[in-house]
Structure formats: structure tokens, C-alpha cells
Design a protein around this ligand. Structure first.
Ligand code: CA
Length: 405
């Protein structure tokens, strides 16, 4: 479970820590300031049953990690189009490795499918996307990463409960401090669980008494299956289908929240790109056209939403679903992604938000980060103008707004 640094919702989590800590000012040393910040965590830790010994050992010699600060404040100038993202994530190499992993872990995957009802291809696809099958789980100490987010004021509100929970995990002995590694944002191990997800959903699949998502494949894949199951994964259903949109229908004109059975979509002329019938015509689906009429369209089912529990980006869920299909032996998307659309740059995205704020359609600050709030604001604008409602922030919409529309 990664945090998406480019979602506006996360920006809401940003707070100011009690103190900030790189400069050495006013005669107080940086080390003293770091220790003073760490100490502000102690009351919450103590209240959660953390011993002083665990606390002191975890924070001994703590200094903020400058790389974590850099990553936390990184604002991409250019958000990659979804097609580029999918191509990078669902690479030929990853498909090949994933197929090997399916064979190597067949007995385990048999057990997990039986116990949790979660499709093995999805489990292996998530493993591949999250940590490249455990080869890239992140090498940063989690206490230091989260301590940095807390003590430097970036994502402090997010970091505090994660730190307290990480201390609980250490105290319980599932992992030691040296082994508790992960990403700059606090996502750990093969599964990239943040501490609060770990403590609720990680499982001890191999039965050795420890829930080891860092170095134990059965525990890692079992934990992913456990988390998907509680995220309401529906056994026997897939995540979605690429479809051909009937001639004369602009996918942008279909309300993306409209849910119909696959059979009803088919009556409207939406058919699978391989020409076959939907295997379960009574399953309900919504239409998902990430690039509108310019790119492929998908009918997505409940399990697509289960994947979104793992990571809230629709591009992520589509990458996982597609990688799973490729591992099963299906081919690439039939309809190509657009290559000619000029996406808004950071300055244009910021201006778009400023104009939406001025119209009363968006609240908060214009930061150029297109997240759920901005997409909803674009949809409101499109509705008010009688335009196709897809939330896609285009040059045309920006020009309309600039012209006072
Ligand atoms: Ca175990």
C-alpha cells in the first residue's frame, strides 16, 4: 500500500510538526532539536503500551533523512499519461518474471486461492507492481523515514500514528529494527504495507509465529490475499474487461458512476474486444475510459474497487488488472493509448485549479496536483456547460475557463 504523493487528498494530511530540524539556530544543536521532536512522540507511544526501552532503541541517534524530505516534497512537473505508466509497469520483463513466480509458488497460490478466494494472477501482479516480486522493497529504515516525515513537518499527521504502530510491531518482535525497511513513505516489504495496514491485515501464512512481509514469500502473498479479501474481493469474478464502444457513442457522455449489468452494457453495444461473450453477464460494471474516446475503454467490476483499496490510483488498479490478465496468457490492449494529446503542464494545472476555485467549484489551494477533488471539480464544470462528463483536464477546458467560460 503505497501513498500516492500526487493525490490531492494526501495534501490534506500535511501538517506542521511541533518543530523543524535541519538548521542549528539559537544555540540549540541539531541533535538536541531532533531529540526534542522525537520526545513529542513519547506520550502517544506510552499510551499505546510501548516501553521506554523499545522507544529509545528505535530512535537512538535519530536524524532526519534528507532523501525522504526530497521525495516528500517532490512535485512532478509533468504527470505521465496513463498509457506510458501502464507500458512501464506491465513490461515484457515483468510479465516473464511473473509467469516464473506463478510456477515457483504454485502450491502456496493453491492454498491462498482456497483460503481467501483471491485469484493467483492478481496476487502475483500486485507483488510485481509493489516491489518487483520482492526485489525492490525499499532499503530505508521505516522508523527513520516516518520520523523524518513527522519531524520535518511533511505529512506529520500521517506519520505519527504510523510511527506508534511501527513501534508496536517492533515490540511484538515480528521484525527487528535493522530489518524494518521500506520506502521513504513508510511502505514496507514485499507487499508495501504501511504499519497500520500491516498490523490489521498481515498474516503468518507459514505458521512460524511471525508475520514476515519483508523476507518470507508465503507471509507476504498471504498478507496481500488477506487484505484483498477484507477489501471485498469477489471470488470467481475478474476485475474488468477491455471493451469496444459502439459507434456513435462517446464514452465521455456516459456517466462514469452508472452501474449496469454486463448483459445490459452488451445490449447497448459494448462488447469485449476479443468478440467473446461476458462469462458472467449478471455482474455489475461501470465504464472506465481513462483517456476518454482517445484511448481504450473498460467495463470494471467490484474487484477493480477492491484493488483500489490497496492503492487509490485508478492507473494502479488498471496496471494490476492488466498484468494479471497478461500472466494468465491474454494479450495487450487492443485499442491503443493516445500519443498526441497535449497534457497540461504544472503551471497550466495550477491555473486550471485557480480558475475552478474562483468559480467556487474547488476548495483548497491550487498546487497543480490533479487529485480526486480536482477531477470532481472538472466534472462539475463539464456538467454546468453540458459537456461530456469525464473529469479529464484538457487544454480545451483550460482555454474555456481562461476565456471566462
Ligand atoms: Ca511467518
Amino acid at each position: 500500500m503505497r501513498i500516492m504523493p500526487n493525490t490531492k487528498s494526501l495534501i490534506l494530511l500535511v501538517g506542521f510538526a511541533a518543530c523543524g530540524f535541519f538548521a542549528d539556530r539559537g544555540g540549540v544543536s541539531a541533535a538536541d532539536k531532533n531529540q526534542a521532536c522525537v520526545e513529542t512522540l513519547w506520550p502517544a507511544a506510552k499510551a499505546s503500551g510501548i516501553t521506554r526501552e523499545t522507544f529509545d532503541r528505535a530512535f537512538q541517534g535519530f536524524t532526519p533523512d534528507p532523501e525522504v524530505v526530497e521525495m516528500a516534497n517532490y512535485q512532478p512537473e509533468y504527470v505521465k499519461p496513463i498509457g506510458e505508466y501502464i507500458d512501464r509497469v506491465v513490461s515484457d520483463k515483468r510479465i516473464e518474471t511473473g509467469k516464473q513466480k506463478l510456477i515457483e509458488n504454485k502450491a502456496l497460490l493453491d492454498q491462498l486461492e482456497a483460503k481467501y478466494g483471491v485469484d493467483r494472477h492478481i496476487l502475483v501482479a500486485i507483488w510485481g507492481v509493489e516491489s518487483n516480486f520482492g526485489t525492490q522493497p525499499g532499503d530505508k529504515n521505516i522508523i527513520r523515514s516516518l520520523g523524518t516525515l513527522y519531524c520535518t513537518g511533511t505529512k506529520a499527521k500521517f506519520a505519527k500514528p504510523q510511527i506508534v504502530t511501527a513501534l508496536k510491531i517492533l515490540q511484538h518482535g515480528d521484525i527487528n529494527l535493522e530489518g524494518m525497511n521500506g520506502s521513504w513513505a513508510g511502505a514496507m516489504g514485499h507487499t508495501q504495507f504501511i504499519p497500520t495496514t500491516y498490523i490489521r491485515f498481515a498474516v503468518d501464512q507459514d505458521g512460524d509465529g511471525k508475520r514476515d512481509i519483508w523476507d518470507n514469500v508465503p507471509d507476504a502473498l498471504g498478507s496481500t490475499a488477506s487484505y484483498l479479501r477484507v477489501s471485498k474481493w469477489q471470488p470467481g469474478q475478474t476485475w474488468g474487461y477491455e471493451v469496444s464502444v459502439p459507434k456513435g457513442v462517446d464514452p465521455k457522455k456516459v456517466n462514469p458512476s452508472t452501474m449496469k449489468t454486463l448483459g445490459d452494457w452488451q445490449k447497448l453495444g459494448f462488447v469485449r474486444v476479443n468478440g467473446e461473450a461476458f462469462p458472467r453477464p449478471n455482474d455489475k460494471a461501470t465504464l472506465f475510459s481513462p483517456e476518454g474516446a482517445r484511448g481504450p475503454s473498460f467495463l470494471v467490476l467490484n474487484n477493480f474497487r477492491a484493488i483500489l483499496h490497496y492503492n487509490t490510483a485508478t492507473s494502479y488498479a488498471l496496471a494490476v488488472g492488466h498484468l494479471a490478465d497478461r500472466l494468465r496468457g491474454d494479450g495487450p490492449f487492443v485499442h491503443p493509448w493516445p500519443t498526441d494529446e497535449t497534457h497540461l503542464n504544472l503551471e497550466q494545472r495550477t491555473q486550471l485549479q485557480q480558475l475552478l476555485i474562483a468559480k467556487g467549484l474547488l476548495t483548497g489551494d491550487a498546487d497543480g496536483v490533479i487529485g480526486p477533488a480536482t477531477l470532481e471539480a472538472v466534472k462539475s464544470y463539464q456538467r454546468s456547460k453540458g459537456l461530456p462528463v469525464d473529469g479529464f483536464p484538457t487544454q480545451t477546458i483550460l482555454k474555456d475557463l481562461q476565456a471566462g467560460g
